[in-house]
Design a protein around this ligand. Sequence first.
Ligand code: B4P
Length: 317
Amino acid sequence: MAQNLATKVSETFANAAKNGYVHFFQSDSKKLKDPETGVQYLVTHAPSLLKKPERGDKEAEKRNPFAEPEPELTVCEDLFGEGEYKLLLNKFPVVPEHLLLVTKEFKPQTSTLSPKDLITAYKLLQELDDEDEMVRNVVFYNCGANSGSSQDHKHLQMFKLPEKFTLFQDRLCNGKEHYVPNVRTEPLQDPKLSFAHFAVPLPDEKEVDEDLLAMTFVSLLQRTLTFFQDWTNEKPELETGYNVLLTKEWLCVVPRSASKSKELNIGLNATGYAGLVLVKHEDVWEKLQENPHLIDKLLLECGFPNTAGQGSNEYHY
Ligand code: B4P
């Protein structure tokens, strides 16, 4: 089965790319290290993406591309034969074989992840990760407008992580046992980073099931939603938005306050909070290379301040 799904993804992508159904955007990438935090970033420059329609463009908003996807982009009409999800190719990828896990029935992108969404995403990781070949994937979910999402039909995304790339969540969770955070134990947060993020290591795959993923996710989501409780009525219009990132090794949730930076002309989705930063404008590409610590500032501007060392009832922001 593992071989089958991986082969099906590769073959569908190769055909769709050859016949022009996938608009693959060429890009340059550079690894950068933030000298202040030690975090590694992969910054990808894809100026041709500026021509792609964006959220707010009238043409782009007329139809739901996931209601009746192009057959050439469809990897599985009914993933795992469960009647709930389609597996599609992303039509506008920057990396090859970028996948979308889409609900068959319309559900909004503002809805939270269900236990079934989580276990289906995890099963996809089990099918497509390949330790021998050093293939490792990340699943991500952009929830709410501030999270960087552009399509309103519920979809998770998945792509291969760059080779030899260590995510800050890898560093944070490495060698630690799985636990479900509760009133006494907080999720992991790297105190060197400026922005709030909640991560938990996952156990060996034999121990991972729907209940474990659901309980872990809910504990991270509880912390995340605290940021949107309007204690002071200072920001009554702030919509709930967050990013979810899942690998076989850990689960991470990041609360979001904005989809784009006002300081620099750049938008961020979940991938930014994995250290994978997509840049469309030349001046931003230059500035990030000159000063990689700007990325940490951007992640804070579009998120919330780090709360490491505080209990979830003590957050003040
Ligand atoms: P959303 O969750 O709504 O939005 P997004 O991934 O942030 O992509 P966005 O559309 O804002 O694109 P951006 O210029 O930032 O996901 C919707 C997805 O559906 C998108 O991935 C879109 O491409 C896809 N889609 C739209 N119409 C479709 C159709 N008819 N059929 C199939 N798929 C369709 O980024 C451009 C691309 O680069 C996006 O794919 C994005 O996911 C990807 N990307 C962003 N950061 C990246 C990074 N650091 N590394 C590699 N890829 C990255």
